[in-house]
Design a protein around this ligand. Structure first.
Ligand SMILES: *Cc1c(COP(=O)(O)O)cnc(C)c1O
Length: 421
């Protein structure tokens, strides 16, 4: 459920007509709903209310400071994958002891930043990283809490570019090798082993891969305890999918996911961490765009909009689908026709949808790309020297620009021409 609905024939974000935001901020623009973010976060908390837990929001899905502040104020921890994300979480007021640092390529500078600023746990992805982190922490007089990310070799049954839990993926250490790596971790002076970490992929629409992975984590936890390790936390990753189409089967709900966690690892007495991203932010955002031209092609008509692949990359890189809807609701029974919805960027990949069934629209009309709150603005670029897409947060009947569109002057000022040129 989200808070983007038609009222009086006009698409709203909560109580604000999207047309008003377009008029004041311009298009393209991302619009997020605070009520939807709050609701989705609450569903994960509720799903784990049977145990000690921390819901660590995956910052990479939407890293706007206002979004992080909203979730942090609700009690969310944060899962970060870079020094920049760590600094964003801190700047949003999230304390270091609620921040988990994941990612396969943490640099020494990033590790130092997090040790100095405070960190709940590092999720270690490889042995070289583990040794380097220990050495650095020890040199700083610290012993940092760590979980080791294991790769359970489970097929997440999702898009290959967002599957992370198969042995061919770059993530984690093979679960078969885990006991040996934990033994070394326990011997290193700069580390304090606290848990086990796993994350098998994104946009999972089936709970069985989770069940398979978490069963393996439970078995490993018992073995590690038998080896003498204190395993008090399990970080079970993120990845629960969202419905991208109104009409298709909805993925499992957070409450059902929480039940699988309870059934697989619930008896171990561990504090449970999860790292949902997309499920919290995805359907809490739309990308609002204007029609520039309607272009009649041969055998197909193009709707050229002012949003492009640089603003919303998912269709171009994953073939992802976003429902596209008119902001002014079509009259009941109004004729629809197929359009290829495309952006202005000079790439054929700049196609959002082929044959989208839409009412007849004209230049200047507004459309919304739904389910765009996750992996949308964070992947945006200025390709074709298009200004970085702005972001707006709505709450009830108020809205605020939470990232302004840069001016062309600001964009040009970032470059410099060397004196010798
Ligand atoms: C991307 C990622 C997540 C979040 O995935 P979602 O599909 O957005 O829930 C969580 N943990 C790690 C380690 C990730 O890389």
């Amino acid at each position: 459920m989200d808070h983007f609905n038609y009222h009086g024939g006009e698409l709203h974000a909560e109580d604000v007509p999207l047309a008003r935001i377009a008029a004041e901020v311009g298009t393209p623009v991302y619009v997020y709903s605070a009520a939807t973010l709050t609701r989705h976060f609450g569903l994960f908390r509720q799903a784990l209310d049977w145990t000690d837990h921390l819901v660590c929001f995956a910052v990479k899905s939407n890293s706007n400071l206002a979004v992080l502040k909203l979730l942090g104020d609700l009690g969310a921890g944060m899962d970060v994958v870079s020094g920049g994300e760590y600094l964003r979480a801190k700047a949003a007021g999230v304390p270091g002891d609620k921040i988990v640092f994941s990612g396969v390529g943490k640099t020494l500078a990033e590790m130092r930043l997090a040790i100095e600023g405070g960190i709940r746990q590092f999720n270690i992805e490889s042995e070289p990283e583990m040794r380097a982190l220990s050495e650095l922490a020890a040199s700083m007089g610290a012993a940092v809490p760590v979980a080791i990310r294991v790769n359970p070799d489970v097929d997440a049954k999702t898009h290959e570019k967002i599957a992370t839990g198969k042995s061919e993926n770059k993530f984690g250490i093979p679960i078969a090798k885990a006991r040996q790596v934990y033994a070394e971790a326990a011997s290193l002076p700069g580390l304090r082993v606290v848990g086990v970490d796993v994350h098998i992929g994104s946009q999972l629409t089936d709970l069985e891969p989770y069940r398979a992975a978490y069963d393996k984590v439970a078995e490993l936890t018992r073995a590690l305890r038998a080896d003498g390790h204190v395993i008090s936390r399990l970080d079970l990753g993120g990845g629960l999918g969202i419905p991208y189409r109104r009409d298709n089967n909805a993925p499992p709900l957070p409450i059902e996911y929480g039940q699988v966690i309870r059934e697989t690892v619930g008896d171990l007495g561990c504090e449970i961490e999860i790292e949902p991203g997309r499920n919290i932010t995805g359907n809490a955002g739309v990308l609002l765009a204007s029609v520039i031209w309607l272009k009649e092609g041969e055998g197909r008509d193009f709707l050229i909009v002012d949003a492009a692949m640089n603003d919303l990359l998912r269709p171009a890189i994953y073939g992802a689908h976003h429902d596209i809807v008119p902001v002014i609701e079509a009259a009941p029974g109004a004729a629809v026709q197929p359009f290829d919805v495309v952006g202005p960027v000079c790439e054929s990949g700049d196609t959002f949808q082929k044959g989208a069934e839409l009412p007849l629209l004209a230049a200047g009309d507004l459309v919304a790309f739904r389910s765009a709150g996750a992996y949308g603005a964070v992947m945006a670029s200025e390709y074709n020297s298009r200004p970085l897409v702005p972001e707006v947060l709505v709450s009830g009947d108020q809205f605020a620009v939470i990232r302004a569109r840069p001016t062309f002057e600001e964009m040009l000022a970032r470059d410099s021409i060397p004196a010798w040129l």
